[in-house]
Design a binder for this molecule. Structure first.
Ligand SMILES: [Zn+2]
Length: 174
C-alpha cells in the first residue's frame, strides 16, 4: 500500500465515520468487536488480520478469520469462510435474514460471495481503497444489473480495524 493510497483511505474512512455516526447501532459495534477479536487471531499464523462473523436473528452462526497463508488457499478470506460456515449452520446456501460483519471492506470475490449468498445486510469497518468492492472501487452490493442487493453499513469500528492492519504491516516492514 502506497502512502498516497493510505492518505486517501483515511479520507474515505473519515467520510464513512461521519455516515456511521447516524447509522451505527450499539448492536453493530458489539458484533464488530467479535469480528475484530477473530481478526487479531489471524496474526498468530501470519495472515493479514481480517475477521468476519455472520449473525442471524441476533445470534452469531459463524465466526472466521483470514486463513490465506495458513491454508495456502487464495479464496480463504474471512468472509468466504464465514459464509460457508453460516450455510452449514443454516442448512442452505440461501442466507436470508443474515448479516455479515467484517472488519475490512470486502474484495470482489467476497462481495460477490455475499451477493450470491443473498445475505440481507453487510456491515464493515475500514474501507479498502486498494481492493474494496463494496463502495471504494466497485459497489457489488448495490448494482442494479445484479439480481440481489445488500443493505450496507460502513465505518463501524473503522479506526480499530484500520489500526490492526496498520500495525500488522508496520511490524512486518521493520
Ligand atoms: Zn475477500
Amino acid at each position: 500500500m502506497s502512502d498516497s493510497s493510505t492518505a486517501e483511505g483515511e479520507g474515505v474512512n473519515r467520510a464513512f465515520a461521519a455516515q456511521s455516526d447516524a447509522e451505527t447501532s450499539s448492536t453493530d459495534s458489539a458484533f464488530m468487536a467479535l469480528a475484530l477479536a477473530e481478526a487479531r487471531q489471524a496474526e498468530a499464523h501470519d495472515d493479514v488480520p481480517v475477521g468476519a462473523v455472520v449473525v442471524r436473528n441476533g445470534e452469531v452462526i459463524a465466526s472466521r478469520r483470514n486463513e490465506r497463508e495458513l491454508s495456502g488457499d487464495p479464496t480463504a478470506h474471512a468472509e468466504v469462510l464465514a459464509l460457508r460456515d453460516a450455510a452449514m449452520a443454516v442448512g442452505s446456501w440461501h442466507l436470508v435474514d443474515c448479516t455479515l460483519y467484517v472488519t475490512l471492506e470486502p474484495c470482489l470475490m467476497c462481495g460477490g460471495a455475499a451477493v450470491n449468498s443473498r445475505i440481507e445486510r453487510l456491515v464493515y469497518g475500514a474501507a479498502d481503497m486498494a481492493g474494496g468492492a463494496c463502495l471504494s472501487l466497485y459497489n457489488v452490493c448495490d448494482d442494479p444489473r445484479l439480481n440481489h442487493r445488500i443493505e450496507l453499513t460502513v465505518g463501524v469500528e473503522a479506526e480499530a480495524a484500520g489500526a490492526l492492519l496498520k500495525n500488522f504491516f508496520a511490524t512486518r516492514r521493520s
